[in-house]
Write a protein that binds this ligand. Structure first.
Ligand SMILES: [Zn+2]
Length: 187
């Protein structure tokens, strides 16, 4: 009991100390629940926007949530609360992503799909990704996506890509209709 309490205090102090300190990224990654084996040049980490399972839009201590456009983040938080009232627990699977993380995702997709052209139907260029600018969120699980595609426009949130039912952006005024989606295969 005592030890648990002290651990919690240390974690809170670390999280608070993190705000505004570039050097805190390594420390906060080590504080993650998932054990980290990575060194400084390992796979993308929390500092690149990697989010743990069950991340809420209210988890603003995580860079992937903290670096979202504040207006988008607020809309997603409102939707999360409304959804919770309907018995659906939403999670943010991706929010903001670093350029480095986006580049790695694109490289991976090129290897998977065999060409950059095909890969770009699924993963945007680092300079084009709305995740890198903090203007997009990926939401799960499927029942949350379903809820958002029906009611997200109340908060200005819309699915914007035909092939990604989980990808939402702030592209309409609250209460207004969503604009037509983009088909990445045709662009
Ligand atoms: Zn997305």
């Amino acid at each position: 009991m005592l030890i648990d309490h002290r651990t919690a205090v240390v974690a809170i102090v670390a999280a608070v100390t993190c705000l505004g300190l570039a050097s805190c990224t390594a420390a906060s990654a080590q504080d993650d629940a998932t054990p980290s084996t990575s060194g400084s040049s390992g796979p993308p980490r929390a500092a690149d926007g990697v989010l743990p399972d069950h991340t809420s839009a209210y988890d603003t201590d995580l860079p992937g949530i903290a670096k979202l456009d504040p207006t988008l983040r607020k809309a997603v938080q409102q939707a999360e609360t409304a959804m919770q009232d309907d018995g659906i627990t939403m999670q943010v699977t991706t929010g903001w992503r670093s350029k480095k993380y986006q580049e790695e995702l694109l490289d991976k997709a090129i290897r998977k799909y065999g060409s950059k052209k095909k890969a770009l139907e699924y993963v945007a260029e680092p300079d084009a990704s709305h995740h890198v600018t903090g203007h997009a969120v990926d939401i799960g699980p499927t029942n949350a996506d379903d809820w958002l595609s029906r009611h997200g426009n109340r908060y200005g949130l819309c699915q914007t890509l035909t092939n990604e039912i989980w990808h939402f952006e702030l592209v309409t005024k609250p209460g207004e209709d969503c604009p037509p989606m983009t088909d990445p295969a045709k662009s």
